[in-house]
Write a protein that binds this ligand. Sequence first.
Ligand code: CU
Ligand code: CU
Ligand code: CU
Length: 347
Amino acid sequence: MTPLPTRRGVLAAGAVLLALWAAPALAEKRAFEMTIEDTRINLVEQRGFHTFAFNGQVPGPLIHVVEGDDVEVTVTNMTTLPHTIHWHGMIQRGTWESDGVPDMTQKAIAPGETYTYRFTAVPSGTMWYHCHVNVNEHVAMRGMWGPMIVDPKKPTAVEKEVTKDHILMLSSWASQWADKPGQGGLPGDVFDYFTLNGKAFPDTTPITVKKGDVLRLRFIAAGDAIHSIHLHGHVFEVAFKDGHPLPAPYKADTLLIGPGERYDIIVRADNPGRWMIHDHVDSHTVNGDKPHGGIMTVIEYEGIPKDQPWYHWAHKAPVADFYYEESLKAGKHGLLENPAYKGTPAN
Ligand code: CU
Ligand code: CU
Ligand code: CU
């Protein structure tokens, strides 16, 4: 006689099936190489600055991965000063020696040397990386920062609605130190240049949308200033703080962002026109001793004529990928360089 399956056996088989169903996708391993290079970049017009640039660009390349990925970054220091990389926002559970703090978690990477960071990309959200040696010089005015975006395994409802994704890194510069690498970052420094992704107005570029777009703007305050970002013509929703979805997103038209902080806002493009977006700290909208510069750009709607002779961008094409909008498109994971941010070798 054929034995009937026992009740316990059926339950056990069901549990195995359930476990398989719930098993997370395997983590990808992502290995990248980065350099740190003496690089001259132009903040605006003729205002050059000596930087220690990741892969020769400011901001640094986008590191775009998925929550749970195993990340390995091998960094070679080609400058004459020591550096590290701190992965701001990464929890480093069990990998504290990859936290990038000199004399606390590692010996700083000496000139000509290489160091490998290994960690799991957790948690998800808008994160960033920066040097942790002499931060008041290297981060505040040598461009040692870049974005790291960790896509969540389970996006929130509003994330699924987004049609255009952008990164905006804010920074401040003291031009008295522009040509003196290894110096500066002292109390009393006068910050007299302010940039959006390494460029000051009028060398920033418009953000282009069409009516109906759902825009995500990821702000990262990478410098040593507190910014007050104001958008004209819209009420936006503050949806993420330091990468984490807010339990109760709130509406605003002006947003205060302190050093190190990240805020992701959602803008529903429902008001065709041309709308300014700028830092409302007035002293952050200068270029040196000239007003009308710094952290300023515009949201341009498709279909609004752009040929008025007085319009700043009337005869200029927007710089492609200036806000990482191409790099952030779905499926493009990896270390993504951006030619728009490349400088020239400096010594
Ligand atoms: Cu450094
Ligand atoms: Cu940090
Ligand atoms: Cu205004």
